[in-house]
Design a protein around this ligand. Structure first.
Ligand SMILES: Cc1ncc(COP(=O)(O)O)c(C=O)c1O
Length: 268
């Protein structure tokens, strides 16, 4: 169980004093897709005091955890986090605490295999260099990958003019283009989908992703400008404001790949 403040420690002491605790250290994660350091993690100035409190409350410190931010873009974040973990291990030893047994390197790994393959060797190298087996023979390494497992576990299908849905969405409209760069007389197709920012596409706002529609049926025709909207009446419910793809008919399906992470699970 991880903790990063004194109130949590007191709560653990009251309800589960046998818990194996991990001190969660804060990470520099400002370049991550979804930073977490504003909410979680103890700063270095707090570590010694928290370790002292663990001893005072006769709790059980097993090791250190961190999370470099979801969708980590900078593998160097792991370097600093591992150095910080090493420093907590040193402080604990200096205080005569029992040997640290667990290092939890959190999540943050990319959702695509290519991205993971790019980042993983660097992390392995840092672990081998900073926590060599010879120095930490009993250390158990754990991780908490979320996006890596979930992202490609699901694709999303949306429909235009969803007869199966109770929501009476307006399926398609063709309006004159208002874009100043548009050719005169050109038109934009507006597609109204049965999912939007209030549903799975909340990932556009909260997970800061760009989504890519693929018509499920193959099309021969030319690509035309279009906009894709969610089913609500809110003008903010825009999935893609400017896009080009073959013209779709009402009732067609659109495929959105790799929508397994931070999508339908997020709206409450
Ligand atoms: C404590 C913790 N561990 C792991 C994860 C998974 O992170 P990711 O999806 O970036 O791998 C999260 C995500 O919120 C988390 O809060």
């Amino acid at each position: 169980m991880s903790f990063d403040n004194d109130l949590e420690l007191r709560k653990v002491a009251a309800v589960n004093p046998e818990a194996q605790l991990l001190l969660r250290v804060v990470c520099e994660d400002s370049t991550a897709q979804c930073p977490m350091s504003l909410k979680f993690g103890a700063k270095s100035s707090m570590w010694n005091e928290l370790l002292g409190m663990v001893q005072e409350l006769k709790l059980n410190l097993a090791g250190v955890s961190f999370h470099v931010g979801s969708g980590c873009k900078d593998p160097e974040s792991f370097e600093q986090a591992l150095l910080d973990a090493k420093e907590v291990f040193r402080l604990a030893k200096e205080r005569g605490m029992q040997e640290m047994r667990v290092l939890d390197i959190g999540g943050g790994y990319p959702g695509d295999t290519a991205g993971f393959e790019k980042i993983a060797p660097g992390i392995a190298e840092k672990l081998g260099r900073l926590f060599p087996r010879s120095e930490y023979p009993e250390l158990r390494l754990i991780a908490e990958p979320g996006r890596f497992f979930a992202a490609h576990s699901a694709h999303l299908l949306t429909s235009l003019g969803c007869a199966a849905s109770e929501r009476k969405v307006y399926a398609k409209a063709k309006l004159p283009a208002t874009d100043e760069n548009a050719e005169s007389g050109s038109e934009v197709c507006r597609y109204y989908l049965n999912d939007g920012l209030y549903g799975s596409f909340n990932c556009i706002i909260y997970d800061h992703v760009s989504v890519e529609p693929e018509p499920l049926r193959s099309h021969e025709g030319p690509e035309v400008p279009c906009a894709l909207f969610g089913p609500t009446c809110d003008g903010f419910d825009v999935v893609l404001e400017k896009h080009t793809m073959p013209e779709l008919e009402e009732g067609e399906w659109i495929l959105w790949r790799n929508m397994g992470a931070y999508t339908s699970a997020a709206p409450w």
